[in-house]
Design a protein around this ligand. Sequence first.
Ligand code: NAP
Ligand code: GLV
Length: 313
Amino acid sequence: MNFLYYCQDDNGKLLQAVREKLGNSHHVFDWLNDQDIPLENIDAAIVWLPPDHFFEGLPNLTHVYALAAGVDHLLKHPGLPPHVNVVRLRDAGMGEQMAEYALLGTLMAQRKMVQISIAQSENQWRHEISADTAISTRVGVLGAGALGSKVAERLALNNYPVTCWSRSPHTLPKPIVSMHGANELDAFLAQSNVLVCLLPLTENTHGILNGELFDKLPTGAFLINPGRGGHLVDNDLIEALDSGKLSGALLDVFHEEPLVSSHPFWNHPKIIVTPHVAAKSVPDKSADQIIDSIRHVERGDLPPGLVNRDRGY
Ligand code: NAP
Ligand code: GLV
């Protein structure tokens, strides 16, 4: 089989791991560096953010392996052929990192670090600021997938009461509570002092983090968004922070990345901006997953991580 690889920012580590693990029976062409690539003989592509013309002249392409958990960019790609199967990463070393990121944000919320850092910027000794207890800081995780479930487990281990909300029902390890569907969303929000968004960006979740949703959270709730920028209505967040409805936000993803230097999020005292670093796939684990999926396809089985293109994740 012949593969076409495109990724600008992995230092070649993943390409090397895929080549080594696949062995000589498969050829992996590097779109960015190889010459004379036999495009008509390419069976599958392995990509992160390929350019608009990447899929041109590939008549035999059947599978695209995304080097990411979220496939919103890829599904919106103007050249992605409608018939190809899209396969995504599941965790691939990101779960641990995402759990740490959510724990960091939850600790900041519980320990009132936004208020303390605002006081510091004003040289104010505000001894009256008191931390909440972990047990009284209830965390709601939007999404119970590969990453949301890992986040929930880590937070529960740290004594936070955690509830996940998903599209379909899940059985999660105790004491994590599972809620699902539109009917349970309001009750889920009403008990979330910290809200972590780990939904995929789809037509059903676009703009879900908006003023109406913030109004349903307890006053003073804290938002953590490592999902996608498209989940958030930026102006609604600023209004909710300025009115005191929300106490702070830790944001890793944005409508436009890099976040433009004029964006109001950069200097908002209640917002912490991180540059899409919450969780990065680990090359060796990603290569193992991609190869496992390729072996499934070769045996005629459905590959793990196969995306439902109609559903959008
Ligand atoms: P996943 O395994 O596909 O899980 C997605 C979860 O969202 C599932 O539990 C799913 O419900 C739920 N969901 C989807 N649509 C929904 C809807 N309309 N209503 C309610 N629940 C819905 O995805 P993942 O691997 O955990 O990744 C989640 C997202 O994290 C990615 O799509 C990506 O955007 C983001 N991400 C960010 C970073 C970063 O560094 N910032 C890194 C990796 C990933 P069901 O279980 O019922 O299907
Ligand atoms: C990163 O954002 C990913 O979706 O893997």
